[in-house]
Design a protein around this ligand. Structure first.
Ligand code: FES
Length: 62
């Protein structure tokens, strides 16, 4: 599913770059682009939060 129409980024593209400690701007930069209209920024931020939560759960088992 496209989440950024300006840069033709899909949720898969973004998820692949969502690593712990990354900022929204780092995600765009690693994909070789930058926000244009900004409508997708909340979605990218949400995906980063979800990734942080998933990492916390994985790390919490030990
Ligand atoms: S939809 Fe991503 S910058 Fe416009």
């Amino acid at each position: 599913m496209y989440i950024c129409l300006c840069n033709a980024l899909t949720d898969r593209d973004v998820r692949a770059t969502c690593e712990s400690g990354r900022s929204v701007s780092m995600v765009y930069r690693s994909l070789g682009c930058e926000p244009q209209c900004g409508k997708c920024v909340p979605f990218v931020r949400q995906m980063l939060r979800e990734q942080e939560g998933a990492n916390a759960e994985i790390g919490g088992d030990d």
